[in-house]
Design a protein around this ligand. Structure first.
Ligand code: DGL
Length: 279
């Protein structure tokens, strides 16, 4: 049994592309549709209810495009909307928090895990719950680093100002002597070179892109949802809002293989999702 339909993946911007890239690496015959909600970027400082509303509309939009699975490639949206989305949709939906939390629990030797994320993800405490669900004896130090998202989105992942912000964000986690760091925002894997420079090689860095893609692979295989191996994968990107900055960073990640980008009006997403005017 095989299923050639695409996997839907979404984020507020370029962050989820780190998950998309990993999905394409681990699952080369799978087609994908990536949705970047640039018109509502950033999600991090918003109320959870608002992020949930955006996320549910995007999932409805992706469902209309006949995806076979949805990956919420955004920690903030996973924290705000994963449970609600699973109650509303029958389509399989995977978030980025549990895979990262489980990988961190498996990796830590001294039972101290640091998490850097957006404000919204930190407030939700979803990482703490997911880590302690896997092992209740593990200490967790969460830290919000909201400026990093903007810096990454504007193509400054290696800039000196980014290093300064990152050093400050990581200081408490280093003082706590956490041996494992979760990149609790899908924008942060783009900061890996700076993170290694600041935290050194002794810190295990857990990137939700890798762990989430591995989970998608397992779920597809277990449920007979994989594409046939000889299937030619097709990739598309939809964005709400102006794609200039997005395209630049995306090109940096994907080079010549950057999928075609279509801009959709925010209103269209509301209309197609059948929830026009919903608050
Ligand atoms: N990439 C999103 C995440 O993983 C956050 C970016 C934003 O604030 O919109 O949390």
């Amino acid at each position: 049994m095989s299923d050639p339909r695409p996997i839907g993946v979404f984020d507020s911007g370029v962050g989820g592309l780190t998950v998309l890239r990993e999905l394409q690496r681990q699952l080369p015959s799978e087609s994908t549709i990536y949705f970047a909600d640039l018109g509502h970027f950033p999600y991090g400082p918003r109320y959870q209810a608002q992020v949930r509303h955006f996320a549910l509309n995007i999932i409805r939009f992706l469902e209309k495009l006949d995806v076979k699975m949805v990956v919420i490639a955004c920690n903030t949206a996973t924290a705000a909307a994963l449970n609600a989305a699973r109650e509303v949709f029958d389509i399989p939906i995977i978030g980025v928090i549990t895979p990262g939390a489980e990988a961190a629990v498996a990796a830590t030797r001294n039972k101290r895990v640091g998490v850097i994320s957006t404000e919204g993800t930190m407030q939700s405490q979803e990482y703490l719950h997911a880590i302690r669900e896997a092992n209740p004896t593990i200490g967790v130090l969460p830290k919000a680093a909201p400026q990093l998202v903007d810096l990454v989105e504007s193509g400054k992942a290696n800039a000196p100002e980014t290093e300064a912000v990152l050093r400050e964000a990581l200081q408490d986690i280093l003082d706590y002597r956490a041996d494992t760091l979760i990149l609790g925002c899908t924008h942060y894997p783009l900061l890996r070179p700076l993170i290694t420079k600041i935290a050194g090689d002794n810190m295990t860095v857990v990137d939700s892109a890798e762990t989430t893609a591995a989970r998608v692979k397992r779920v597809l295989a277990k449920n007979g949802l994989e594409s046939a191996e000889n299937e030619t994968a097709r990739h598309r990107i939809y964005v709400t809002g102006s794609p200039e900055r997005f395209t630049e960073t995306a090109r940096h990640l994907f080079g010549q293989d950057l999928p075609p980008i279509t801009t959709v009006r925010l209103e269209l997403v509301e209309e197609l999702s059948g929830r026009e005017g919903a608050a």
